[in-house]
Design a protein around this ligand. Structure first.
Ligand code: NOJ
Length: 730
């Protein structure tokens, strides 16, 4: 009895203590997120709120474009940090300060540029698009997310889904090429890979769609420049991947550096608020690009930092990346009644919401594990993706694959024994030492039976021809020449534009000399943009576009050269014949005189169109079948096409389905990609590929405010070399 009364007293007193010090609603993980957000917001002071809207950096910045901004110190209650390190213990120490030394214990959100892998670097995004395998891209992003998460990162500034049609622009490497639909599909795949089924999953990190919007249109391919984007192009080209990414649940977006036809992307109420928040209902937040709020002054729309803060914040940029413009000005702007508290509250809620969704309040610390990186299953994904991304551009007289008669391979070129440049730009914590050289990859693949004779020939750049004689001598004693040319990794990426997309003359000279030996030449390209190959292409018997393939690239290349893997990549971007042809992309509008208006001095066609890519086998397309020749607007059309493998090797084929329309109230591109599917087909086998066409989704088009129109008329469906007409009726 005595025992029970003691227990009762204890329980009652505990209750009294709990009532006096109840666990705040925002700390209770069983409470719905929105209630937690509102509860926390209620408790915050204005200073605490403003701190949430800020991002600073910690660690050694490895981006040369941002170096000058390094900040050694930051307040414990900062909203977010770009964490350049990879040590979870350090991150946890910083996080502990936020959790334990601030009044409310709001966790910091740690972000980083995890672009194509964290340590297990996989191919650059431009290459990934050529795989036409979004499921594999999602797997690679999930590997990156796990490695990043275990290194203290909660948020990646990726994917970049800026449709890019000017290969002089260095950032063309970071997106999925020239087509809006392709960028949408791969953007969504990577969001799903990073974010998993929910943000609070153990290895999920938040994604960031960037750079919203129109950055890919930078004039002349010069980085950070003006982008003249008509409202029509904005909607039918640039918005497409963003709308898809937002619908797929991307937690955040980054506003761009560019000035969109006079209203900069980081101060654009139409794109940032009217469309993103109001029309699409995005409830996460927008972070500025590095200093892009302050840069509104340079762009000529703000007189000073205060006005820049006002414009960006009121337009819809919630978090200020590194430039402290919000911390220094928002309070004054509120006092002057230029910024209402409701906007501050909305912005803070958006940031807190993502922190809650990520589970940061409940699990603020990174678990410490030993084996974080380069796990066998992660490397296997990186290798498959590298192999599927490579594009066979030429293969005269079946030079490839290199068969058993080849006893000696001359492996030549500045990229043949190179590791660093295989990783590409923005390679996060990638280590060149993790990447095997092409020489090592080929030596392993071909084993004892084939001798590899290596000579560098020349450097990537410069005028030194002294190595060419040795390369020629090596070529003469070999059965085939594999010549590895390309770009340095820092020739693409941020602030890495080039006036010509040709390779340096020294590399072309090397191949010219090798050609004189009469030996077959296989040209292997390592680059981050389409190249001008007009002089090199005639010298080569085969060309493999390897891109910047990541740590497993050499093994993947070797598997293709030996024929163990049949190449299956197709270009996600057009290769112009010459730099002067830029811009050139497959979904241009029809000219008024399609038969005229050509260049006088060169062909008007590019060297390789979007969608081009060869296989070692032979795929034959049958005519397209459709379920009806006339459909109503509310009716679906089923289209099928049979593809037969008539060659001597099994292989994967991607069927790209395009539509083209006859006439409409707003002119349409020559053709538009609407769907694709990649399948393996055995030797002698056939496969039926199917496309369920939904008129509203696939045949409608946006106007200059994004409103979609579906108009009756004649349409064509195209796949491979096949084309069929159908009619849409009311
Ligand atoms: C500037 C780049 O434009 C952006 O893509 C990147 O995410 C940020 N810097 C952060 O490093």
């Amino acid at each position: 009895m005595k025992y029970f009364s003691l227990l009762a007293v204890l329980l009652v007193s505990q209750q009294v203590i709990a009532n006096r010090n109840p666990v705040p609603v925002y700390k209770n993980k069983n409470t719905p997120t929105e209630l937690r957000v509102t509860d926390l917001l209620k408790r915050m002071t204005l200073d605490e709120k403003i701190l949430q809207l800020n991002q600073q950096t910690v660690g050694d910045n490895n981006n040369p474009n941002n170096k000058g901004y390094k900040k050694p110190d930051f307040p414990a209650g900062i909203g977010s940090l770009i964490y350049f390190g990879s040590d979870p213990v350090f991150r946890n120490t910083v996080q502990k300060r936020a959790m334990e030394e601030t009044r409310l214990g709001i966790p910091i959100l740690f972000g980083y540029d995890v672009i194509h892998g964290f340590r297990t670097v996989y191919p650059i995004s431009l290459a990934q698009g050529c795989s036409w395998n979004p499921a594999l891209v999602a797997q690679a992003c999930a590997v990156a997310a796990k490695e990043a998460k275990l290194s203290g990162i909660d948020w990646t500034f990726s994917p970049m889904i800026d449709v890019a049609r000017d290969p002089r622009w260095g950032r063309v490497a970071e997106g999925y090429g020239e087509d809006p639909y392709t960028n949408a599909i791969f953007g969504v795949a990577s969001v799903k890979g990073y974010q998993g089924s929910k943000l609070s999953d153990t290895y999920s990190i938040a994604a960031c769609l960037k750079h919203y919007i129109g950055y890919g249109m930078s004039e002349g391919g010069r980085d950070y420049h003006y982008s003249d984007v008509s409202a029509q192009s904005l909607w039918e080209t640039y918005m497409v991947p963003y709308e898809a990414g937002v619908k797929a649940g991307a937690a955040t977006l980054m506003s761009g550096f560019n000035d969109i036809s006079g209203i900069p992307a980081s101060a654009n109420p139409y794109t940032l608020t009217k469309i993103l928040k109001e029309r699409w209902g995005h409830d996460g937040f927008v972070v500025s690009d590095w200093g892009s709020v302050e840069q509104l002054i340079a762009q000529g729309v703000a007189n000073d930092r205060k006005e820049a803060a006002l414009k960006a914040f009121m337009a819809g940029v919630e978090m200020d990346m590194v430039d402290d413009v919000y911390t220094q000005n928002l309070k004054k702007l509120i006092a002057e009644k230029k910024v209402p508290m409701s906007r501050i509250d909305d912005a803070v809620k958006r940031i807190l919401r993502i922190k809650f969704r990520l589970g940061l309040f409940d699990n603020p610390y990174t678990p410490i594990v030993d084996q974080r990186y380069l796990q066998p299953e992660s490397k296997a994904i990186a290798q498959n993706l590298a192999a599927e991304s490579m594009v066979l551009l030429k293969n005269d007289r079946h030079v490839l694959p290199l068969n058993d008669h080849i006893k000696q391979i001359a492996l030549i070129g500045p990229l043949a024994k190179n590791q660093a440049d295989l990783l590409g730009n923005w390679a996060a914590h990638g280590d060149a030492a993790d990447a095997e050289t092409i020489l090592d990859g080929l030596t392993k693949e071909f084993g004892q039976s084939t001798q590899i004779n290596y000579a560098k020939g020349c450097e990537i750049d410069g005028e030194d021809e002294s190595g060419i004689d040795e390369a020629v001598a090596v070529a003469k004693k070999s059965d085939v020449i594999v010549v590895c040319l390309g770009e340095r990794k820092n020739w693409t990426g941020e602030n890495a534009s080039r006036s010509t997309i040709a390779l340096p003359a020294i590399q072309e000279k090397l191949v010219k000399e090798l050609k004189k030996t009469g030996k077959p030449i296989v040209l292997v390209l390592t680059n981050g943009r389409p190249l001008e190959l007009v002089r090199l292409e005639p010298l080569a018997d085969a060309i493999v576009e390897m891109w910047q393939p990541g740590v497993e690239g050499s093994a993947a290349l070797a598997s293709i050269l030996s024929g163990r893997v049949n190449p299956s990549g197709k270009l996600d971007i057009t290769f112009p014949l010459t730099t002067g042809q830029i811009p050139i992309y497959y979904d241009m509008r029809q000219s008024a005189r399609p038969y005229a208006g050509k260049y006088q001095d060169i062909s008007t066609d590019p060297l390789y169109w979007f969608g081009y890519g060869l296989s070692y086998t032979n795929f034959v397309y049958s005519p397209i079948s459709i379920s009806a020749v006339k459909i109503h607007k509310n009716q679906k059309l089923t289209a099928t096409i049979e593809v037969a493998n008539n060659g001597g090797l099994k292989g994967k084929e991607t069927v790209l389905w395009y539509i083209s329309s006859h006439a409409s109230s707003i002119s349409r591109p020559v053709k538009e990609l609407k769907y694709f599917e990649k399948e393996e087909i055995n030797i002698g086998g056939k496969r039926v590929f199917k496309f369920e066409l939904d008129p509203y989704r696939d045949l409608s088009f946006p106007d200059a405010d994004g409103k979609r129109h579906l108009e009756a008329g004649d349409f064509y469906l195209l796949a491979g070399n096949q084309k069929i007409k159908f009619e849409l009726i009311d």
